[in-house]
Design a protein around this ligand. Sequence first.
Ligand code: FAD
Length: 475
Amino acid sequence: MTNGITLLDALTQALGADAILHSEADTAGYVEDWRGRYKGPALCVALPGNTQQVADIVRLCNAHATPVLPQGGNTSLCGGSVPAATGVPPVIVNLSRMRRVRRVDAANNSMEVEAGCVLATVQNAAAAEGRLYPISLGAEGSCQIGGTIATNAGGTGVLRYGNTRDNILGLEVVLPDGAIWNGLTALRKNNTGFDLKHLFIGAEGTMGIVTAAVLKLHPLPTAHAVAWLAPDSPQAALDILGLFQRACGSRLSAFEMIDINQLDIVMEHVPGRKNPLAGKHPWHVLVELSDTGNSAELQDLLQQILEQASEQGLLHDAVVASNDTQRAALWEVRHSVSEGNKKAGVGLTTDSAVPVSCVPRFIEDATQAVRRLVPGLPVLIVAHLGDGNVHFIPFFTFDAWNALPERDAMAAAIRRAVNDVSDALGGTFSAEHGVGRTSLAEMAHYKSPVELAMMHALKNTFDPANLFNPGRLLP
Ligand code: FAD
């Protein structure tokens, strides 16, 4: 209480009662994560409608020494977007009411959007102007631009377009002291000192609240060719990737690999999903070419490369989508992995990236490492192979998980075993999901003291009271 008024009352006065949720029923969808793994109390959920209101909320939280938890679509896979079970309950600042597409500048290949815009809405607004916003991922129907910026999200287009960091031109941010930084530049060149936007991209809400962004757009591809392949092995998949890269250059826009265990789960647990191939093959790749030319040419190119791969003994089988419906159906299989896994059991999703050339070795060594801990443990592979990011997922049925002694310690040991393998190959434990709470111990273990000290120094400068997302990202 400050000056006799509670924070809840002050927030209600500032934003209006309809923008402050505090009953258990009203806040239920905001205090628990998508998979039901993390849950904690919040003082309230604030739903600001503009940047000034975000700044007002932050100033009031400062005055009441209350933590601030920025929240987007609440699709975080690492416990980053909901309160912890212990500690001072934060004010969740959910950006969903700030969802205006402010401007699309087609000639500049850029668009300015508010942080609460859902990713799919942004993609559609860009497409309406003949442009592409290339970040694409399974949660795109619910995650927000602000969340993807805060986590530097990757997804299926990184191979060609880079990750979120590569597609941001400018940001507007409310800083931890309540000041508003207007960095909404739409420039591609601007060498006027530190490029401050990068302090907030991937910072997981620890340095401020992103309220708006200028996004980089690309020409909207009008031609597509998509195939589903069964390579002989991960090494064969890599060799096929090389064939595509040499023949197609930047027209190669996705190269995604899953294993048969993962495909089986999708087929069993997600209605309508089928194995695109007739046989039961151990490895599966979805490849996409896209361009602004015509689809027939791309289809020919795709066919030629598949023939080459087949002649070289790299491929067991392949099917090429012959129309948009078939193309969408193949992508649906790929995008259904998270839904299938959630229904099937408990996957200890890891988020390694290794040099692309090391992926086969990583999969082999990590499989052995986890099976030394739990003999015979099933493993699922979901890899953005084109950029070396492998979600290596040791997987338990619900029964096996419930019967596991000392579950938390075992889960931590399994993750560490996988991360040790990627570390030994020059990789990282967090390629695209972020650190959140799940990987705090990994940050402490793998980051050098020098790097951690620099991060803490920056954090202390911006947020000396440590009110923004305490207990996330920084150990
Ligand atoms: P939230 O989950 O709400 O928040 C995530 C973090 O960002 C939290 O720390 C939060 O405090 C912070 N934050 C949110 N909004 C703001 C803001 N405006 N300002 C400052 N901080 C903020 N990720 C990938 O990279 N690639 C994938 O392929 C991928 N696939 C996924 C598939 C599924 C089905 C799901 C559920 C998730 C997937 N993810 C993937 C995880 C990914 O991180 C999120 O989907 C997305 O980037 C988070 O956006 P969000 O709006 O839901 O953020």
